[in-house]
Ligand binder design. Structure first.
Ligand SMILES: [Zn+2]
Length: 92
């Protein structure tokens, strides 16, 4: 799985741990991991293997925009929004 966001490359650290999420790839999702941590370690670990690691920002954009243009498109939208936010900061 690696220790960084599969999209932006942000690395997991103690400080940034809360902004990382398990994101299922493929169509064999059995359950949401964070909502089912009461299940046995064996079940949870099996589910984790079906996932990649994404930071919340990439996860949110991917989930919201996926299927509305594909992976490249959601990355472009994310970059455009970042640019708008930075421009707004510079002008105020
Ligand atoms: Zn990311």
């Amino acid at each position: 799985m690696g220790n960084k966001c599969v999209d932006c490359g942000l690395k997991v650290s103690k400080l940034l741990l809360p902004i990382f999420e398990f994101d299922h790839i493929g169509n064999d999702k059995a359950f949401n991991i964070s909502k089912n941590l009461h299940l046995s370690n064996r079940l949870v670990k099996r589910e984790v293997k079906k996932c990649v690691l994404r930071c919340v920002e990439c996860h949110r954009f991917k989930t919201f925009y996926n299927g509305k243009g594909g992976k490249l498109e959601w990355k472009n939208i994310k970059n455009k929004i970042r640019t708008l936010l930075l421009d707004r900061d510079n002008k105020n």
